[in-house]
Design a binder for this molecule. Structure first.
Ligand code: NAI
Ligand code: 15L
Length: 270
């Protein structure tokens, strides 16, 4: 018998990645069995784990991956701007495969790692919320818009609930001035993913993933039902970050837009 309030089997994709490695350890208490997956090597299964190697673009493999799981934390895929074909495979075809598999296998909750690059072309002097139109800053951002829209479709048609996490910059520490606004500590990430998995009746929710940083660009009041209360802040890192180098010219697009360097990354498909 599975303990109440615990998933029997929780799937974590992207488990070999930067965030996946954190979540692989810290989501374990939520499930009797944590099924971890990636296209990259995950090493041997640890206690309470199943390890499944899978390319998200492989439909049959994704259907086998999702069979028997109660919920999904989807962190696999291309995580930066880059050539179109890998983005198409992992972030477009892969997300479609995942939702189709969720529908066929009766999975009712997905936590989807979206990105702030869905709205990267808002200016840094604007404050936005979940209802503001998407303004992606590249092909990667467009692929995350696709994931958000697809998850909306699967909620409206099939009742599969998704929390789309528009993650800012989740690393051990802020690496530049922009990240003083966008940083999400690992502890706050874990809180956000956990609440997104266990909060009853989330419908289709969009939430921005950032710690309590001064001058935040993102208003999370429309996701208040998640009860996400970040505890950390990048503010104490300001001195260290500012010592890394002089500020960019104020007219530099990297300093103008919320997406930072992603707004000029490319060319797209040469
Ligand atoms: P990462 O690049 O370290 O990890 C992504 C993982 O996905 C990798 O282990 C990679 O092997 C796997 N992957 C790539 N293509 C695949 C495919 N075709 N099939 C199966 N697996 C594949 O990225 P990170 O930082 O851990 O991010 C995780 C998720 O969170 C990504 O979806 C990313 O877009 C999103 N995100 C992360 C942010 C951050 O600050 N770390 C910010 C915004 C979004
Ligand atoms: C992202 O979407 C990326 O996955 C991550 O590597 C960072 O670049 C982050 O955005 C960011 O905007 O800092």
């Amino acid at each position: 018998m599975n303990p109440p309030g615990k998933f029997y089997r929780l799937l974590l994709t992207g488990a070999a990645g930067g965030l996946g490695q954190v979540l692989r350890e810290r989501l374990k208490p939520l499930a009797t069995v944590l099924r971890v997956s990636d296209i990259a090597d995950l090493g041997p299964a640890r206690e309470g784990e199943e390890v499944v190697s899978c390319d998200l673009g492989d439909k049959a493999a994704v259907h086998a991956l999702v069979d028997g799981v109660d919920a999904i934390a989807h962190f696999g895929g291309v995580s930066v701007e880059g050539p179109w074909d890998p983005i198409l495979n992992a972030n477009i075809v892969g997300v479609f495969n995942l939702y189709e598999a969720a529908r066929k296998h009766g999975v009712k909750r997905v936590v989807y790692a979206s990105s702030n690059h869905v709205v990267g072309f808002y200016r840094q002097d604007q404050r936005i919320d979940a209802d503001d139109p998407m303004r992606p800053d590249g092909l990667y951002g467009v692929s995350k818009c696709f994931g958000e829209s697809l998850s909306r479709l699967y909620f409206d048609r099939h009742g599969i609930e998704t929390v789309c996490l528009r993650i800012g910059s989740s690393f051990p520490e802020a690496k530049d001035r922009r990240m003083l606004r966008t940083w999400l500590s690992y502890d706050d990430l874990v809180q956000l993913v956990t609440k997104s998995l266990v909060t009853p009746a989330v419908g289709h929710t969009i939430v921005f993933g950032a710690s309590r940083n001064a001058g935040l660009w993102w208003d999370n009041r429309k996701a208040a039902h998640l009860g996400f209360e970040p505890k950390d802040s990048a503010d104490g890192q300001r001195e260290r970050v500012e010592a890394l180098g002089p500020p960019l010219d104020a007219a530099d697009p990297v300093a103008v837009y919320q997406g930072g360097a992603f707004v000029t990354a490319g060319p797209f498909d040469d």
